[in-house]
Design a protein. Structure first.
Length: 248
């Protein structure tokens, strides 16, 4: 499928702003102004940036360190692997700050006779939503370093980096966050009950934050096969890594 790029003019500086089909929130690469495409209005949420702290050399060192540590990896992985591609991408995320409360009633069946239990699960969240619909990313493994965020500054984006726009608006993001939190709370309920009779979750929204965060997508070759690493550009942590099959 061919993705067609379109252009609108930035309402702040007048420069052309390119966006692709499906993108809802776009940021001007010339002045950093953020706009809601459908309305042309200024974005009324906080737009933050997480800084990238790794160049290609340091990022490759992180990859080699990951290759040489841990279990289930070939002993010569770090020595015989070759980095064939490294792309820095600033991914768009929504962070939903809120308190989720799930009230439940269920049956605890691990003892005899079964016992009816009622209660609630209440937790405070900074729930992360990747604002791209077709991108595979280990969101739950990504502890986004919010303490290091700064106001969005287009001048801090490397020229060679790729910047993706959001494909999700506020309402869709909130619905998805609630669904994911409900699923998470259902998992937590398994510690207290075996069968759910009644369950309802309410998300009390405190704040929503939109941010771009740097992620390195690295491809490496080992014994003629390609594998991928996803590395946090702020901390150097490997968020996800393909491990070659090996025999023990």
């Amino acid at each position: 499928m061919i993705v067609v790029a379109k252009e609108v003019s930035c309402s702040h500086c007048g420069a052309p702003v390119e966006f692709k089909s499906g993108e809802i929130v776009t940021t001007c690469k010339y002045c950093g102004f953020t706009t809601v495409i459908q309305t042309g209005q200024a974005f009324n949420f906080e737009h933050s940036l997480i800084l990238n702290n790794y160049d290609v050399v340091r990022m490759e060192n992180c990859a080699r360190s990951w290759m040489s540590s841990g279990f289930m990896k070939p002993g010569d992985l770090a020595k015989k692997s070759k980095i064939v591609e490294a792309e820095l991408v600033y991914l768009p995320f929504w962070v939903v700050f809120g308190v989720a409360t799930t009230k439940y009633k269920g049956i605890f069946e691990r003892i005899s006779p079964p016992v009816v239990k009622e209660g609630q699960v209440e937790k405070k969240y900074n729930w992360l939503i990747l604002a791209r619909k077709a991108t595979v990313f280990p969101t739950r493994e990504y502890d986004v370093p919010l303490a290091g965020k700064i106001p969005y500054d287009f001048q801090k984006i490397e020229e060679f980096a790729k910047l993706l726009n959001s494909e999700m608006g506020k309402d869709e993001t909130l619905d998805l966050a609630k669904q994911q939190i409900e699923s998470h709370h259902s998992f937590l309920l398994q510690q207290n009950i075996d069968r759910v009779v009644e369950c309802s979750t309410v998300l009390e929204l405190k704040q929503m934050l939109y941010l771009h965060a740097p992620v390195w997508f690295v491809k490496y070759q080992y014994k003629e096969k390609l594998y991928q690493l996803i590395i946090d550009g702020s901390t150097g942590n490997v968020l996800k890594g393909d491990i070659p099959l090996t025999k023990f």
